[in-house]
Design a protein around this ligand. Structure first.
Ligand code: ASP
Length: 333
């Protein structure tokens, strides 16, 4: 009798421990951005609804993968592929133009579990630069490949090749004409990025962009510079940035946020606020921000502009979307 009740207690204890650890290890979180530039006044109700629809579709892709037990790297890559294929954003189809009227794309991906990273810059003919970045990480001994070399590598790995005109949209043509005719300042709009924590406790970040509209002479921005626009480290956080890349590079923004967390023991939110508002802002780097997720699944969106296209989802069923500052829609599954 005593033996039986002991056994029952043991079984209940084991069941409790295993269900606890299962719910703990099942914890995941994901966030994405579709850029932070542009005037909030240009955001009509219809336009905002269109952005929100695509942001929610993209986050759903990542959410389903993480729920199935896929890794954070797989999730961030898949989300960014969706956003690259969506013409609304300045990445892949819909990328801005260089001063010569062509498209040159940058992308990067980083695995916070082992600090392995891959990036490409100045891509002209690979449909999904983020896939090329992932292959640089997984299939080469290098971190960053540029221009024709990066394209040759991507082609040798079987990635889809497109004509440079594939990336154009009517909206980007018109924007290019306005910049060329000095009717508009170059303004970063619509870079895309995704950060995630998977059920194994691993963080990952991915970012993809057409860069700055009207950029010159083979200019490369912050996105493929590991530590500037993209960074992930399981000890701290995964970060993806958007904004005027030159400021992001000089302030090593993504790494700086992680460093403040690691060395000063700041929270993700405090570290991100410190870098965006006390370091980037005073230098004149307005019109940008970051998305981030830390090792505990806390998500941060910090931006010094009136809007940032963003969406998020967590394993507790909460998810949401936002475009304008201070205006977010949250839901529960
Ligand atoms: N950060 C990107 C760049 O400078 C632009 C953007 O975020 O829209 O290339």
């Amino acid at each position: 009798m005593i033996k039986k009740s002991l056994l029952t207690t043991l079984v209940i204890t084991i069941a409790t421990i295993s269900s606890f650890s299962q719910s703990e290890t099942k914890k995941w979180a994901i966030a994405l951005h579709g850029g932070a530039g542009g005037a909030p006044s240009s955001m009509t109700v219809e336009r905002k609804a269109e952005y929100e629809k695509h942001l929610l579709e993209a986050i759903r892709i990542g959410e389903m993968l993480l729920n199935e037990g896929k890794t954070s790297i797989e999730a961030v890559e898949s989300v960014v592929i969706y956003l690259e294929n969506c013409p609304l954003f300045n990445a892949g189809k819909g990328a801005v133009k260089t001063i010569d009227g062509t498209h040159e794309l940058d992308a990067a991906i980083m695995d916070g579990s082992n600090l392995m990273a891959g990036a490409v810059a100045g891509i002209k003919d690979i449909k999904n630069p983020i896939m090329a970045a992932r292959l640089v990480k997984d299939s080469t001994a290098h971190v960053l490949l540029i221009g024709e070399g990066a394209s040759s590598f991507a082609k040798s790995m079987g990635l889809e090749v497109v004509d440079n005109s594939y990336f154009s949209t009517r909206q980007r043509e018109e924007q290019f004409n306005r910049i060329r005719d000095n009717k508009e300042q170059t303004d970063p709009r619509g870079t895309v990025g995704c950060v995630a924590l998977d059920i194994y406790g691993n963080l990952a970040a991915a970012t993809s962009t057409g860069g700055m509209s009207g950029k010159k002479w083979g200019r490369v921005g912050d996105v493929p510079i590991i530590g500037a626009g993209t960074y992930a480290n399981n000890n701290t956080a995964a970060i993806s940035g958007t904004g005027h890349g030159e400021f992001w590079i000089r302030r090593v923004v993504a790494y700086d946020i992680c460093a403040l967390m690691e060395y000063k023991e700041m929270t993700l939110e405090a570290a991100a606020n410190e870098v965006i508002f006390n370091k980037i802002d005073p230098m004149g780097g307005s019109g940008g921000g970051i998305i981030a997720v830390d090792k505990n699944g806390n998500i941060s969106f910090v931006f010094n502009t009136g809007l940032m296209h963003r969406a998020w989802s967590k394993s507790n069923g909460e998810y949401g979307v936002g475009v304008l500052k201070g205006e977010e829609k949250s839901f529960k599954r």
